[in-house]
Design a protein around this ligand. Structure first.
Ligand code: HEC
Ligand code: HEC
Ligand code: HEC
Ligand code: HEC
Ligand code: HEC
Ligand code: HEC
Ligand code: HEC
Length: 380
């Protein structure tokens, strides 16, 4: 009976859902959600990975891509019902449903894509071959972000709702006379005015997902050398070494002014473009190339000169990296230990000697050795 009731409730709920669900989001003219609205939709791949094919309309409608048609991104789908999907989404494809209002041309991300392709991480496609597979494609660093995360912090520590403030929307509405236009444009602009930049700690964490994994990096270096190319001297351990550096340590404890990976590896002219333009230190265009380092450090250390810029931002004690420090650490270290052990040995021998001389070890009147030697070997 109870089971039947539950079943019936679900049935009623389903009917309500079908009738009440609004005529879907603008982006879904192609009716993809007819199938993709089902929560359970998904499968387990041959590699045992769980894939979800469910698209939450409510959430999608609050993301920055909410007006982009599904097939502008999933352009490989040419008919419905569609064939099994074998490709991934390319972030450099043209967006036929949205124009760039400034140029009146179809929108695309090619401004960023072209810079990214020339950088060390440049990887033409989501579906990539061996060496390229290790590089971060756009979707490694970016999800489909919400316009505004649910709550916005006020300066006094309280939070306010991320809804479009009515007073502002009313003001725009008085001229534009279309609430939907006004709210959408407001959210679009507000997202870029509010700071949504990753914090220094988040940047370090992002880069270290790969540059903190030595095994991954060594494997990549081998693949790379197989193709006759060479990576930077510090490629496999720069990330780990940064954490030992002054900048790394203070950043870890929440200090925001010290250098994080992007402060040195990205040019500063337009931060949002430059973060995609990371280059090897061998590249003369790179901020970390030896000719550009004074400028790079000089962004913050205003009195930086050639000598200062020579300080290693990725310091290590490895022989292949810094033989000088390696030998200091490995010669002075054992030498220091030897001296300590020798002193300890001497003390023990001295103690045994004095004992044999018959001098007792007692604490009295500020001295530890007492009594006269039976063998006439007093050492005062
Ligand atoms: C008739 C139902 C139906 C419609 C309509 C539909 N799909 Fe699908 N879609 C499916 C099914 C079923 C799968 C799972 C196929 C599989 O496992 O190979 C799927 C899988 C996918 C995948 C994931 C493939 C993967 O392996 O990563 C994408 C992306 C996708 N669909 C996009 C779309 C887009 C975009 C539209 C609209 C243009 C759309 N679908 C319309 C049924 C549908
Ligand atoms: C801005 C581009 C963009 C838009 C718009 C977009 N998608 Fe996607 N979608 C992606 C990306 C990127 C992925 C990640 C997998 C990939 O690289 O193909 C993805 C993955 C998927 C998947 C498969 C999930 C998986 O794990 O493989 C489905 C299903 C899907 N999208 C359906 C839709 C539907 C339905 C719409 C429209 C309501 C839509 N997408 C709109 C970019 C987009
Ligand atoms: C290694 C990580 C990484 C990769 C790969 C990457 N980005 Fe970015 N992207 C960033 C960072 C960091 C920012 C600066 C904003 C922030 O801190 O989140 C950014 C900013 C952006 C912005 C500005 C966002 C805004 O709302 O202001 C866009 C657009 C963008 N990236 C698109 C792309 C595209 C397209 C690709 C692929 C061609 C790509 N990114 C590849 C890390 C990355
Ligand atoms: C006094 C009337 C007025 C008010 C108030 C007003 N606008 Fe406008 N807006 C205009 C006019 C007129 C244009 C077109 C002329 C131009 O480009 O200078 C325009 C253009 C725009 C455009 C560019 C549209 C395009 O495709 O080129 C956007 C976006 C916009 N307004 C958003 C807003 C928002 C958001 C608000 C409220 C914060 C607002 N406007 C308030 C009159 C107004
Ligand atoms: C998904 C993994 C991944 C992430 C995330 C990543 N990288 Fe890389 N990075 C690589 C790979 C792989 C290479 C080697 C590229 C090649 O084969 O040419 C590389 C190369 C580099 C190089 C040049 C190395 C050389 O020796 O030429 C620098 C510098 C670099 N990355 C910095 C960064 C910074 C800074 C971040 C964070 C914003 C970052 N990377 C995020 C995987 C990653
Ligand atoms: C204070 C500036 C600074 C900071 C912060 C910094 N780097 Fe570097 N990085 C450099 C310089 C300069 C070099 C070149 C060193 C050399 O060749 O001796 C370099 C070299 C590298 C290399 C070796 C490849 C090459 O181009 O020679 C990688 C990989 C790298 N850094 C990644 C990172 C990552 C990841 C972070 C953050 C966890 C980071 N760096 C933080 C300045 C910095
Ligand atoms: C984003 C800003 C920024 C950049 C870029 C930067 N630093 Fe720093 N660095 C700091 C801050 C902040 C401190 C800590 C306080 C101080 O000394 O002013 C610091 C401290 C240091 C220290 C230890 C304390 C000291 O002043 O002696 C050294 C060494 C150092 N940086 C070297 C470098 C080198 C070399 C470069 C260029 C490869 C560089 N930094 C680039 C911000 C930066």
């Amino acid at each position: 009976m109870k089971k039947m009731f539950v079943g019936f409730s679900i049935f009623i709920a389903a009917i309500f859902y079908v009738f009440l669900a609004k005529a879907a989001i603008a982006a879904d003219d192609e009716n993809c959600l007819m199938c993709h609205k089902y929560i359970k939709m998904g499968r387990i791949t041959e590699e045992g990975e769980r894939k979800y094919y469910y698209v939450d309309e409510e959430i999608f409608s609050k993301t920055v891509h909410n007006r982009v048609k599904c097939r502008d991104c999933h352009s490989y789908i040419e008919k419905l019902p569609h064939d099994p999907v074998k490709e991934g989404v390319q972030c450099n494809s043209k967006c036929h449903s949205i124009q760039n209002p400034a140029t009146r041309k179809d929108f695309d991300h090619n401004n960023i894509y072209d810079v990214y392709m020339k950088s060390v991480h440049g990887r033409e496609k989501v579906a990539a071959k061996e060496v390229d597979k290790d590089k971060p494609y756009c979707i490694f660093c970016h999800t489909n972000p919400l316009y505004i995360p649910h709550e916005i912090p006020n300066a006094d520590g309280t939070v306010r709702s991320a809804e479009v403030p009515a007073a502002i929307a009313d003001r725009c509405d008085v001229c534009h006379q279309k609430r939907e236009f006004v709210e959408h444009r407001y959210l679009h602009t507000a997202r870029r005015i509010l700071s949504v930049k990753r914090s220094p700690q988040e940047v370090v964490e992002l880069c270290l997902t790969c540059h903190g994994n030595e095994e991954f990096l060594e494997r990549h270096e081998k693949l790379h050398e197989g193709e006759g190319k060479h990576l930077g001297k510090k490629f496999t351990f720069a990330g780990e070494a940064y954490q030992e550096s002054f900048h790394g340590k203070v950043t870890k404890y929440g200090f925001k002014e010290a250098a994080n990976c992007l402060s040195c590896h990205a040019k500063s002219e337009n931060y949002y473009l430059a973060v995609h333009d990371i280059r090897s230190s061998k590249d003369p265009e790179s901020t970390t190339h030896k000719n550009n380092r004074v400028n790079t450090c000089g962004k913050c250390h205003t009195d930086a000169n050639k000598n200062f810029a020579r300080i290693d931002p990725h310091p290590t004690e490895r022989k292949d990296d810094n033989p000088f420090i390696y030998y200091i650490a490995n010669v002075y270290g054992p030498f220091g230990d030897m001296v300590t052990y020798a002193l300890l040995g001497l003390t023990i021998l001295e103690t045994i000697g004095r004992k044999r001389d018959g001098i007792a070890w007692v604490l009295r009147r500020g001295s530890t050795w007492r009594k006269k030697s039976k063998r006439g070997r007093d050492r005062r």
